[in-house]
Design a protein. Structure first.
Length: 418
């Protein structure tokens, strides 16, 4: 049934064949969506919450029905049905609100997308018109609101803005639509790969789809979702030994956002210790480097201004990413706090790097653990960060169990006889 685990969490996870935890997940998520829909100060979030709450409620009712019918018809409570319910719930709580907001936005409403959607679409337009997705420091300073001119993503993110730049303002050219298409293909591909060893990894599917932090992000902003999905696909490909394609997936993610670079580093170590470095590294390193070439040739300083100076707090304005994690609190409230927070972040990176070299991962499950704990430490210690970034470590840590189980099954399957 459900992925095995030990201790209290394991017993909770296995209760009623996994249905008890499913019910809790959908009820808590529904409550979160309802509260968000009624109280959030961000209008795209309110729009999401009022739709998603119904999706979570229906999912919870289905689980109640499964619990009642479990003894008479065990098949209705099997992992196959639970997995399909997770996919359908994702459609109801993420894809449907996304489509509604995209259609409303195309119809003229300006309160149906977070600012990162506008930023990505502006990147696509600039790439099409000027050969670089970035504005120079002088061009940003000349704007009435300089913050709107910053584009703190890797150049590959501009690809998601090209449909609107090419075809104009339609619901289907909304960058979130293309985020979602990428996520569906990547997560679906990852699950299909793992099913050959771990039938219907329900918790892995739920972590990548129906958790509110994931569904809300996809419906209202979404730029992190394709990056996360490609990283999960890269881990799944590495788990089944396809390191060349794993490099393509994580390289594409790193070409779009810096958050994928720790995953590149961890998977590179895994590829090297398993003798697959020649397959993995050309794509994992080459794609991000290739994406940097056009903006470097057109205006290198604009790339540095947007991708390095602004996130590090040296831009014309400060980043609005200010969730009250330890790094932010230290930077804001202690003398020399920004330097101290940066030092702590660097120290954490050195410790994780040392552990990575001292005890390198030898399977994708261990690699996912390194990615999860490493990114959690980074998010907590960064001077500028967001609550939404937690979707990365949460997904990696949940997927680690499935990936580790896959490694055990692979070892058993290929173990020599005699």
């Amino acid at each position: 049934m459900t992925e095995p685990a030990g201790g209290l969490l394991g017993r909770v996870d296995r209760a009623a064949g996994g249905l008890a935890a499913d019910l809790g997940l959908y009820l808590v998520s529904g409550a979160f969506a309802l509260v968000t829909g009624l109280t959030s100060t961000l209008l795209p979030h309110r729009g999401w919450g009022l739709i998603a709450a119904w999706g979570y409620l229906v999912a919870a009712l289905v689980v109640v029905g499964q619990l009642l019918a479990q003894r008479a018809a065990p098949a209705v409570a099997g992992d196959r049905i639970r997995a399909w319910l997770a996919w359908l719930t994702w459609g109801a709580v993420a894809l449907v609100p996304l489509l509604v907001e995209a259609v409303q936005r195309a119809g003229g409403r300006t309160d149906r997308a977070q600012e990162e959607v506008l930023v990505v679409e502006a990147m696509g337009k600039s790439l099409l018109e000027h050969g670089t997705p970035y504005l120079s420091r002088d061009a940003i300073a000349a704007l009435p609101l300089p913050l709107t001119g910053y584009r703190p993503y890797q150049p590959g993110m501009a690809v998601f803005g090209l449909p609107r730049a090419l075809a104009g303002d339609h619901w289907w050219t909304d960058a979130r639509i293309w985020f979602a298409i990428t996520a569906v293909l990547a997560v679906g591909g990852a699950v299909a790969l793992l099913r050959s060893f771990t039938p219907f990894p329900v918790r892995a599917i739920q972590a990548a789809t129906v958790l509110p932090v994931t569904a809300l992000t996809l419906a209202t902003g979404g730029d992190d979702i394709p990056v996360l999905a490609l990283c999960l696909l890269a881990l799944a490909l590495a788990a089944v030994g396809r390191f060349g394609w794993s490099g393509v997936a994580v390289g594409a993610a790193a070409a779009a956002k810096l958050f994928a670079f720790p995953v590149v580093a961890v998977l590179a170590v895994l590829a090297l210790v398993t003798g697959r470095g020649r397959r993995f590294l050309p794509f994992a390193v080459g794609l991000p480097v290739l994406a940097l070439v056009p903006p470097l040739l057109v205006n290198a300083d604009s790339l540095i201004e947007n991708v390095l100076r602004f996130p590090l707090g040296h831009g014309l304005v400060t980043s609005p990413a200010q969730s009250p994690f330890p790094g932010y609190l230290i930077a804001q409230h202690l003398p020399g706090g920004h330097v101290l927070a940066s030092a702590l972040l660097g120290g954490a990176a050195l410790v994780i790097g040392w552990l990575l070299l001292r005890r390198p991962p030898r399977d994708a499950g261990r690699a996912a653990l390194f990615c999860g704990w490493g990114l959690l430490a980074a998010i907590l210690l960064m001077p500028t960060t967001r609550f939404g970034y937690l979707l990365y470590p949460v997904a990696f840590l949940v997927w680690a169990a499935t990936l580790s189980r896959q490694a055990q099954e692979t070892h058993r399957f290929f173990r020599p006889v005699g």
